[in-house]
Design a protein around this ligand. Structure first.
Ligand SMILES: Nc1ncnc2c1ncn2[C@@H]1O[C@H](COP(=O)(O)OP(=O)(O)OP(=O)(O)O)[C@@H](O)[C@H]1O
Length: 334
């Protein structure tokens, strides 16, 4: 028997002229955490909506376990726990009640639901607000505590497939770390997890596989190590520009070492440099900083984020709307 808890094959979905998903294929096996990465509007939520039966694909197949999710969306839905991108409607409830209720709806006994809610609240560090009511218009509980409560509601009972759509939005750094650890634990306990996120750097710690969507199409897929792959011998030289934004690496000819990639986000410029060029690159950046042409710089190994930028950044980066997406990118000069 296949251990696939989710199999997506050749899924295409259009909205008028927009091809939101174009021949997308991916699979999630039991015990595996698969990250789905992509810029704003890449088609991630459209894909998730089809997995849970909220949208029908124009073409392609989706199976959740042994169920054909296109023919039997209700049957598929019973095998999926979804944390949607929108906050769960919990006004009038405390996190304790909301998580227990979700557990009861998913078939836990009252005793087991109570115990599971308390364990999750401790794991996610939300006990200080556990008995505090969510009030209308965002009152009573912060956005981060609401998001963590939604996550706990999603994972309170075992489900073959867990789909998390941007679960870390609004959450502070220390609780994000707890949430990532909980995601990994849920996979290790046997669920398949499809994790939609913008957070490439943090997701790398917990995912087994990554699928990168760019304008509806899968442009890369594989383990974090294999995606970093060819970039292992590259270094990242990050320049911090002055507030006036003057960029000493523009034009690229001004840089005395070969640059394989240049991406600018605000006052940050990421230059990908071959490892063999580390010494002249540092000498150049040090000189610029001493002359006051830079606020600072750092030289580090290339990361998964660099690999991600390499596959998603087009020469006309006009879709780059998100704050963590590149603003501009220049072509290579290897
Ligand atoms: N109901 C809809 N009607 C028309 N166009 C839509 C609809 N839903 C999504 N789209 C379009 O489909 C494309 C993919 O959108 P989608 O929300 O799936 O992207 P996303 O990767 O989830 O983005 P984000 O990271 O911003 O949530 C976008 O161009 C979007 O404008």
């Amino acid at each position: 028997m296949s251990t696939d808890v989710l199999m997506i094959e050749g899924v295409t979905r259009r909205f008028g002229a927009v091809v939101a998903n174009n021949q997308v294929s991916l699979r999630v096996r039991a015990g595996e955490v698969v990250g789905l990465l992509g810029h704003n509007g890449a088609g991630k939520t459209t894909l998730v909506s089809q997995v849970v039966g909220l949208l029908r694909p124009d073409a392609g197949a989706i199976r959740v376990g042994d169920v054909d999710a296109v023919a039997d969306p209700a049957g598929a839905r019973r095998r999926v726990a979804l944390q949607a991108q929108a906050q769960a409607p919990i006004n009038g409830l405390t996190p304790r009640t909301a998580i227990e209720l979700a557990g009861r709806i998913r078939g836990l006994s009252p005793r087991r639901a109570r115990a599971a809610a308390e364990e999750l609240a401790a794991e996610l560090d939300i006990l200080p607000w556990f008995d505090q009511k969510a009030l209308p218009e965002g009152g009573g509980l912060s956005g981060g505590v609401r998001r963590l409560t939604s996550f706990a509601m999603t994972v309170v009972a075992p489900t073959p497939l867990v789909v998390l759509d941007e679960p870390t939005n609004d959450i502070d750094a220390s609780r994000r770390r707890r949430l990532w650890d909980a995601v990994r634990r849920i996979g290790d306990e046997g669920a398949g997890v499809l994790l939609v996120t913008h957070n490439v750097v943090e997701a790398e710690r917990v995912v087994d596989e990554l699928v990168v969507l760019d304008r509806g199409t899968v442009v890369a897929a594989g383990s974090p190590a294999s995606l970093r792959g060819s970039h292992d011998t590259d270094l990242r030289l990050e320049l911090q520009l002055h507030p006036d934004g003057a960029d000493p690496s523009d034009p690229l000819d001004a840089v005395p070492v070969p640059i394989t990639r240049r991406v600018r986000t605000g006052r940050r410029v990421l230059l990908t440099v071959p490892a063999a060029q580390a010494a002249p690159a540092v000498a150049w950046a040090t000189d610029l900083r001493e002359r006051g042409s830079l606020d600072g710089y750092s030289l580090t190994p290339a990361t998964l984020e660099d690999a991600y930028l390499a596959v998603t950044t087009s020469e006309s980066a006009d879709e780059a709307e998100s704050s963590d997406a590149p603003a501009t990118e220049e072509a290579s000069r290897a």
